[in-house]
Design a protein around this ligand. Structure first.
Ligand code: SER
Length: 340
């Protein structure tokens, strides 16, 4: 029997960075990666095999299928919410067709080696769409099945990809006479905005928070593209990575749903600015809202109800707002720019 390996798509992205480091430290499975962009050299050293290519290219996936026995997939590749509004059809292709390819791939792996295959999928608060600010402030913590009316192509794609995952794991080929020997084990978290101290995001709408922090640490001014009172949930990247790993490790019997909210803190943009200025007193941060991007954020929830994740698989973020800054973001970011 070949040794089971883990596949990470979109591995060069922000979550991929943290995930590769954590998985390599655990050392339980060799790591394969697939991304359009080559990995940074320090990550490249940690993986068994790197494929540079697209999730839309079936030949790459077929090659991986023929060479490896994969039992765990983190499908991170995506085109985010701001970028998706400029190229909606491309966003759909990457986010929906790409996910469909990965689900098919996972199903084929399942059939080919006969053991369970888990596909871990990061969905997003973009899957929600609140109708107006009055509703947003009234609701406070949104539950998974409420307000599923996304306003962005990315949000539509994420919500639909969740349904695809549910279909593959519960109903795939339900009427076919051909025997389906087990289905994909699809598990999904809806992430809030993620803030990493070691990478900077691109193409997202929650990017104002990490951009503000990184700009201040670099000694650059920053014009924040949202109103000071804008509030959405955020999480420190190590807790995001931990959430994926914990959900992957949870016994199937303990899971009561396939899509779980996860949250950690939900500050306004003004509160984030105050913490940044406390750490970097020379920071020059102003608010110059971009009404269009603001419009998207106004439809995203102010916070999420993650009771189910805490109950079913012990989700427990290590970093609250203050600790995320004092114990993770500020010291790590200072170090990053000192070295640069
Ligand atoms: N961070 C993502 C974005 O802003 C949301 O999942 O697009």
């Amino acid at each position: 029997m070949r040794r089971p390996v883990v596949l990470i798509t979109g591995a060069s992205g922000e979550i991929g960075h943290g995930l590769i480091t954590r998985l390599a430290a655990d050392g339980a499975r060799p790591i394969l990666t697939l991304d359009l962009k080559a990995l940074d050299p320090e990550l490249r050293r940690l993986v068994a095999r790197e494929f540079v290519g697209s999730i839309l290219d079936r030949t790459v996936l077929e090659r991986i299928l023929s060479e490896f026995e994969i039992d765990l997939i983190f499908h991170l590749a995506a085109l985010l919410s701001t970028r998706g509004e400029f190229t909606p059809v491309t966003a759909h292709r990457v986010n929906v067709e790409g996910t469909l390819n990965l689900l098919e791939f996972a199903q084929h792996e399942r059939q080919s080696h006969g053991r369970p295959v888990a596909l871990l999928y990061p969905s997003s608060i973009a899957a929600y769409g609140l109708p107006d600010l009055a509703t947003k402030s009234r609701v406070r913590k949104v539950r998974e099945d409420d307000f599923n009316q996304p306003s962005t192509m990315y949000g539509c794609n994420k919500l639909y990809a969740e349904s695809l995952g549910r279909y593959y794991s519960r109903h795939y080929k339900q009427l076919s006479s051909e025997a389906v020997s087990g289905r994909v084990d699809f598990r999904c978290v809806r992430f809030p905005g993620l803030i990493s101290a070691v990478t900077v995001p691109s193409g997202g709408t929650s990017d104002y928070a990490p951009e503000m922090i990184h700009a201040a640490a670099e000694g650059n001014g920053y014009a924040c593209f949202v109103r000071e009172d804008t509030r959405i949930p955020f999480m420190a990247m190590p807790d995001g990575v931990e959430a994926l790993l914990r959900l992957a490790a949870a016994p199937a019997g303990s899971l009561t749903r396939q899509v779980y909210n996860v949250g950690a803190f939900a500050p306004s943009a003004g509160e984030i600015r105050s913490l940044v200025v406390k750490a970097f007193p020379a920071a020059n941060i102003t608010f110059e809202p971009d009404l269009k991007r603001q419009g998207i954020l106004d439809t995203w929830p102010g916070d999420v109800d993650d009771t189910a994740a805490r109950r079913d698989w012990g989700f427990a973020p290590k970093y609250g707002l203050e600790a995320a800054f004092s114990d993770y973001l500020i010291p790590t970011i200072r170090d990053r720019y000192r070295k640069a």
